[in-house]
Design a protein. Structure first.
Length: 492
């Protein structure tokens, strides 16, 4: 992945600062509670939601098992429809391809549809370095760009901003990017939306190159799909002469029929709508209709490494609905910036460490950015067991072991700072495998309970600083069982 966020502190430090921001907490609490309440209502309307969820999971799992075959089929279908397919192994290659394609048109500006993949690779920064200006056209992405900010949510990148802050950003920054904000702009939603519409309209009508991602790619037809709520995507996908789409290889589905499932689950899980207001689909190029040139850049950037992990690969099912963020108690308090990635929240805590590896301090900390409450799994429309992957990644960080990086099998060393944890786990394994030692330890703990401290010493202090140590019972379960069952020793 791109190093756009590299240099940020590890999650605990970043979250500690974010939690101290009362305005941020208020913005997040209001937004996430509102979205998840609407989502719950929209999902409740569907009587077969559980079946749709299972179908989505199975389609994604099947596709990932046969990804090589479907990617070849997709390339053949896109090429037959008049498009050109490019393969990018990493962010650097993808940025180079896109930059060269834009330069070949002679243009020095592009309009963009909201795209997580282009944020992941740092495309805007790469284009800027090449003298090409990229204009974000999604309202929330526009707010982030004008505010010289970073996205903090998958669906609503500017969720950390309130209306007053957005008004100030528009009034201060719009003139440097094009049409200025209207005089005496207020913070009413209608006025803010109108200011953005007027600012962007001239860019839509002028731009010769559009850049997008895609929510889905259909292997059998070569069709790409973008779902959105504002109409900016439709403008970027139809008006420019050249369209370049950067899409992760996991966004593929085998057939047109498979879209039926996801076009029901995605809008309900993301925007709490029965159907997205704008669902744009295009297949290659058509004379007299839409862009005359279409390029598809298929992005790996750590995805095949993730695919090699039997437990972690389920993260590639993600359809970027953001439902897991809206129910996560950690995200609600810490916000998206603390995750140091364009993928925040629970899905980011398992996706970023797999795409980028766990060598950096921030990536090694992300699997711990969770209470393991399981709410994320319950709302995921493709049934990604995020808690399972979190625990799996924690084990990899603490213990090290086999992994795949850049297509090569490697053995990771245990991360630093976990020596005490590894020692505690080894001691627990030794005790639990020896009934006599476990029984003696339980008796000792019960007999000395009045002397137990209320907080742990040394490295354990970080754990007990925010938690109460459970009180040791006067009698262990083993002792109670023997006393109430006639003294029969169940270990023999």
């Amino acid at each position: 992945m791109s190093g756009t966020f590299v240099g940020m502190p590890a999650f605990p430090e970043a979250a500690r600062e974010a939690v101290g921001n009362a305005t941020l907490r208020g913005n997040l609490r209001h937004a996430t509670h509102t979205i998840r309440a609407k989502r719950a209502k929209a999902v409740a309307e569907v009587s077969d939601w559980a079946e749709l969820r299972e179908a989505g999971k199975r389609i994604k799992d099947h596709t990932l098992r046969h990804l090589d075959r479907y990617l070849v089929q997709l390339e053949e279908s896109v090429t037959a429809a008049g498009g050109v397919v490019h393969w990018a192994a990493d962010a650097e290659e993808a940025n180079r391809i896109v930059t060269e394609l834009v330069r070949a048109t002679g243009e020095r500006e592009v309009v963009k549809v909201k795209s997580m993949a282009t944020q992941e690779i740092g495309l805007n920064e790469a284009l800027e370095a090449a003298g090409i200006r990229a204009y974000e056209t999604d309202l929330a992405e526009l707010i982030v760009q004008l505010g010289k900010d970073r996205p903090s949510h998958i669906l609503v990148p500017a969720i950390h901003r309130n209306r007053g802050e957005i008004r100030d950003i528009f009034a201060r920054e719009m003139s440097a990017w094009g049409r200025p904000a209207p005089e005496a702009l207020t913070d009413t939603p209608a006025e803010l939306a109108e200011a953005a519409r007027l600012h962007l309209r001239e860019k839509f009508l002028r731009a010769k190159v559009g850049i997008s991602g895609a929510n889905f790619m259909v292997a059998e037809t070569g069709t790409l799909v973008v779902v959105e709520s504002e109409g900016n995507g439709r403008m970027c996908l139809t008006l420019p002469e050249t369209l370049i789409s950067v899409v992760g290889i996991e966004k593929i589905v085998p057939s047109w029929r498979d879209l039926e499932v996801f076009l029901q689950t995605l809008p309900r899980s993301s925007t709490a709508e029965r159907m997205n207001p704008y669902t744009s689909m295009w297949t290659g190029t058509t004379d007299g209709d839409g862009p005359r040139t279409f390029h598809l850049v298929l992005l790996d950037n750590g995805r095949t490494d993730t695919l090699a992990d039997e437990v972690g690969r389920q993260a590639l099912r993600c359809i970027r609905c953001s439902a897991c963020l809206n129910v996560c108690p950690v995200y609600e308090r810490a916000g998206g910036h603390a995750y140091g990635s364009v993928y925040p929240g629970p899905i980011g805590a398992i996706l970023s460490p797999q795409l980028r590896g766990t060598a950096s301090e921030i990536d090694a900390s992300l699997p711990y950015a969770s209470s393991l409450c399981g709410a994320c799994y319950e709302v995921c429309p493709v049934a990604i067991d995020i808690p399972e992957v979190l625990v799996h990644l924690r084990e990899r960080i603490v213990q090290g072991g086999p992994a795949t990086r850049d297509g090569n099998k490697v053995v990771l060393k245990p991360a630093g700072g976990h020596a005490a944890e590894r020692a505690a786990m080894r001691a627990a394994r030794w005790a639990f495998s020896r009934p006599g030692a476990l029984r003696a330890g339980q008796r000792l703990a019960s007999g000395t309970r009045r002397f137990h401290p209320r907080t742990l010493p040394g490295p354990g202090r970080a754990w007990s600083a925010t938690r109460e140590l459970p009180t040791v019972p006067a009698e262990s379960f083993r002792a109670w069982w023997q006393r109430t069952r006639g003294g029969k020793d169940m270990t023999k």
